[in-house]
Design a protein around this ligand. Structure first.
Ligand SMILES: C[S@@+](CC[C@H](N)C(=O)[O-])C[C@H]1O[C@@H](n2cnc3c(N)ncnc32)[C@H](O)[C@@H]1O
Length: 262
């Protein structure tokens, strides 16, 4: 089971540094919004939109532009508070501190739900999708991105010979994600997977890229602290991955899904 309050605490702590480190998240949200129908004609295409796991609120200005009403949902109160203070929006969103797996929203009340890189933090991907399906009106859309197994492989590889503890969260495989889509009852309009590799000059920067956005909580981590020797061995392993430009890669495998309630 995922410790949701620990996840919320990590993200809340990182709220002020999030935007500065959220490079992958911005690449992902730009790509994700490209899948959304109705953004080109400039009209308010959606009566009611939810940003699920809104974080610091980076998607809110775009969503506010195309929606008549907006609900910003996040598990982390700290993230919601940051988002509320740092965006001047053309409409006032409803701020909702809630878990995507138990949405306090009325059934058949929303037209669009967008979720960028948040649902990999849920216990069971099918749960938020079933919840969103319940809340969508007939014909409504769910557009989300999530991480697929293979993400952060460089970290997994570098820890693998050091000890057997869990240092990296497990991500669902493509078939597991597809099984969750099926359980939601929503119909799949698009499903794309791509690999995005980020590059850093030091192992410290690699780790900072995760901590800076609050994505450093490891589920069910061994209580024994990592020793200095283990950390040194991990860093030495990671150093062997430097490419011919002298940079250290960190790979993400992203799934982009557009679903419709028929
Ligand atoms: C990597 S951030 C992405 C934020 C934002 N969507 C973006 O594109 O920048 C993940 C966000 O999901 C939120 N989150 C994690 N688990 C959640 C859950 N079960 N329900 C709602 N939000 C959740 C976190 O608090 C965090 O703000």
């Amino acid at each position: 089971m995922i410790d949701k309050s620990a996840v919320a605490r990590c993200f809340g702590k990182a709220a002020a540094s999030y935007d500065q480190h959220a490079v992958l998240q911005r690449l992902s949200s730009d790509k994700l919004l490209g899948y959304l129908p109705g953004l080109s004609n400039g009209s308010k295409a959606y009566a009611s939109t939810v940003d699920l796991g809104c974080g610091s609120g980076a998607l809110l200005p775009t969503l506010a532009h195309y929606s008549e009403s907006l609900i910003a949902v996040d598990l982390s109160f700290g993230m919601l508070a940051y988002a509320q203070q740092h965006h001047q929006l053309p409409l006032q969103p409803h701020w909702l501190n809630a878990d995507a797996e138990a949405l306090p929203l009325q059934s058949s009340s929303i037209d669009l739900c967008v979720s960028n890189l948040a649902l990999q933090w849920c216990d069971d991907l099918a749960m938020p999708l079933i919840e969103v399906s319940r809340c969508l009106k007939q014909g409504g859309l769910m557009l989300f991105s999530t991480l697929v197994s293979g993400s952060l492989n460089e970290l997994t590889l570098s820890w693998s010979s050091v000890n057997e503890h869990r240092h990296v969260n497990r991500f669902l495989s493509e078939p597991e994600i597809k099984a969750s889509l099926l359980k939601s009852g929503l119909s799949v309009e698009s499903f794309q997977v791509e690999i995005q590799t980020m590059y850093y000059s030091s192992v410290k920067e690699v780790m900072q890229s995760l901590k800076g956005i609050g994505a450093n909580h490891v589920h069910n981590k061994d209580a024994r602290p990592t020793t200095r020797g283990e950390l040194r061995a991990f860093k030495a392993n990671y150093e062997t991955l430097r490419d011919n430009q002298g940079l250290l890669p960190l790979s993400y495998k992203l799934a982009y899904c557009l679903l419709r309630k028929c």
